[in-house]
Structures are given as structure tokens and as C-alpha cells.
Design a protein around this ligand. Structure first.
Ligand SMILES: Nc1nc2c(ncn2[C@@H]2O[C@H](COP(=O)(O)OP(=O)(O)OP(=O)(O)O)[C@@H](O)[C@H]2O)c(=O)[nH]1
Length: 207
């Protein structure tokens, strides 16, 4: 897996699919790298803890349209927490991942959301809460309902998945990609409408 420490903003070449940056955030060992590996390479294997950030790309075909996701897989270990905010700058989407067998990881995902909200404008980033490791249902500490209710209270997308069993992995990335395109179309329409006011201020939040 490629390990990178820089944060270049992606550019779309002419005629190529538009590029969106997606960051994976969450505690150590919740399965961020495994979800990315399953999605991009349809593989599941033992992976060493991420150092800094790992990087993947994948073109998502949505039928009438396609886009390229640049997936930034951040390190979840606490010692890397302070550098992680460097990676979500410029992000278009974020997956807040927790392990359904670890309540502490669910609380940590909520802290990540608070950090994201400090850096980014509300509604600017598509955020999905992801409860991973549904194959370990007998050890579950976070119910589906708890995840869903928290996501609804914060207006996040929500899905549970298993990187191990390949359960709902491509579905969750496709759902985020679909939402990115939907918002882009919506924003384009509101900018074309002569009577509409700008959708966002020129200078926003921490930018
Ligand atoms: N049972 C089960 N184990 C999983 C699943 N996804 C990941 N794992 C395991 O959980 C452990 C951690 O997975 P990683 O993908 O390295 O987790 P991470 O969140 O990227 O960890 P950091 O790099 O430390 O942030 C590994 O042993 C994986 O094999 C899953 O869906 N089910």
C-alpha cells in the first residue's frame, strides 16, 4: 500500500472523470484500511497499522456518470491524531468508521465529526457514519439503532458493513459517490438560477 505524507489537491485532466477527495477517519483497528482494500482491490488480509496516511484511487461508475475517488486512509492510532486534520483539508467526503464491537470507537467517531465540523462548513462535505465488522454481530456493543439515530441527529448518511465478508462495502462508497454527484448537480442548478443567492460565502470556516 502506498504511504504518503503530502496533501496535493487532485486535478481532473480534460475528458477525465471529476476527482473527489474522500478521507477515512476513525480509531485504530476499526477496519478503515480493510474497507479501502476491499473496495479498491476486492481483497481482505492482515494489514499492519497505517502510518501517516495511505492512498488509493478508484473510478466509480454511476451509470450515466462517473467520478474518480481519491481515498485517503488515515492512521487511527492515537499518536497520529494530531496530524490527521491535515488530511481532511480539502476533502469532499468523509467516512467516519467505527467497529460495532467497540463502543469506544463509536464515541471516537463522534469526536471526529466534531473535529471535522471545526475545519469544514456544514453541508460542504458528504459524511457517512460506517459501523464495520457486522460479521462479529455476537460481540456487538453498538446497536444498529444507536448508529442510525446518531447519524440522523447529525444529518449523516449511515451504513453498517463488513470488510471481511464484503458486506455493503461497494454499496457504501457508491452511496457517497452518488450523493457527491447529486450535490454537485444541485449546486450547479442553484448557481444558474438568476434569482438565487450564492450557496456559500466566498470565505468559509477555517479556509
Ligand atoms: N472480523 C472482522 N475483522 C475486520 C474487519 N475489517 C477489518 N478487520 C480486522 O481488524 C483489524 C484492523 O483492520 P485495519 O483495516 O488495519 O484497521 P484500521 O482502522 O485501518 O487501523 P489503523 O491503521 O490502525 O488505523 C485487522 O486485523 C483486520 O483484519 C471486518 O469487517 N470483520
Amino acid at each position: 500500500m502506498e504511504q504518503v505524507m503530502a496533501t496535493p489537491w487532485p486535478r481532473a485532466a480534460p475528458g477525465q472523470p471529476r476527482v473527489f477527495k474522500l478521507v477515512l477517519l476513525g480509531s485504530g483497528s476499526v477496519g478503515k484500511s480493510s474497507l479501502a482494500l476491499r473496495y479498491v482491490k476486492n481483497d481482505f488480509r492482515s494489514i499492519l497499522p497505517t502510518v501517516g496516511c495511505a492512498f488509493f484511487t478508484k473510478v466509480v461508475d454511476l451509470g450515466s456518470s462517473s467520478l474518480k475517488l481519491e481515498i485517503w486512509d488515515t492512521a487511527g492510532q492515537e499518536k497520529y491524531h494530531s496530524v490527521c486534520h491535515l488530511y481532511f483539508r480539502g476533502a469532499n467526503a468523509a467516512l467516519l468508521v467505527y467497529d460495532i464491537t467497540r463502543k469506544d470507537s463509536f464515541h471516537k467517531a463522534q469526536q471526529w465529526l466534531a473535529d471535522l465540523e471545526k475545519e469544514l462548513c456544514p453541508g460542504e462535505v458528504v459524511v457517512m457514519l460506517v459501523g464495520n465488522k457486522t460479521d462479529l454481530d455476537q460481540e456487538r456493543e453498538v446497536t444498529f439503532q444507536e448508529g442510525k439515530e446518531f447519524a440522523e441527529s447529525k444529518r449523516l448518511l449511515f451504513m453498517e458493513a463488513s470488510a471481511k465478508l464484503d458486506f455493503q462495502v461497494s454499496e457504501l462508497f457508491t452511496a457517497v459517490a452518488g450523493e457527491l454527484l447529486r450535490r454537485e448537480v444541485q449546486e450547479g442548478q442553484s448557481q444558474r438560477a438568476p434569482t438565487s443567492s450564492p450557496t456559500r460565502p466566498a470565505q468559509c470556516c477555517a479556509h
